[in-house]
Design a protein around this ligand. Sequence first.
Ligand code: OKV
Ligand code: MN
Length: 244
Amino acid sequence: MTTLFIADLHLSENEPAITAGFLAFLQREAIHADALYILGDLFEFWIGDDEPNTLHTQVAQALSELHDKGVPCYFIHGNRDFLIGKRFAKQSKMTLLPEELVIDVYGEKILILHGDTLCTDDPGYLRFRKYIRNPLIQKIFLSLPLFLRLKIANKLRRQSKLSNRTKSSVMMDVNQLAVIKKLQDHNVIYMVHGHTHRPAIHDLTMDGQVSKRAVLGAWHDTGSVFKIDADNNIELISFPLQED
Ligand code: OKV
Ligand code: MN
């Protein structure tokens, strides 16, 4: 009995080894789990469920098979794939979750989220986020023809890569006060998130209570998964992507 959490795979057609590693992970590992939680940035970019794309079809098929074999999959949007919608959710049989949620895992309350909202030292990003998460802006974007959406996405991604180079390591990490506030707002002591690509399990003390924050790793040269078993044992594992 285990529940699995992953995030930041950043799947794209340019990184077939990560896709292969993910599909193998679903078949060999996730298949034995009670549930799989994907905490955002499953895909490197997403410009609408209507984009014809074999990678999307392949991933939807694999997740749908996992569901049919009895493993439910839950998804929280990341800062890159926040436009994943009902159509892809239906196709993959994933349940879309709100951006922050307290779940009960074998009797423990755990807050799950992507993690970008904890990066409060980067006001530029939060402004960008507020803008592109606006439902009206999204509706307008999704009504544009695909070639235009692709053009806009490519331009934004190029700009973002440039601006990230000038951002400090502190700016790219979570803000400690934001973490504490988030835990307090939800009245929990456990949190799991991704986004920062800094896999670790952090202990923090809040009003004399020991609290834990698990940060999922990005999938680059290795995969990363956080596991909780029925006895509430936890582990953060990094594993090779290609094994036959
Ligand atoms: C996702 C990020 C690109 C960060 C654009 C409205 C706009 C949606 C969009 C276009 C971009 C997602 C959907 C992408 C995340 C980037 C660059 C930086 C920091 C609009 C609604 F602008 F036209 F109004 N987009 N794509 N970034 O390529 O997946 O998160 S994306
Ligand atoms: Mn992210």
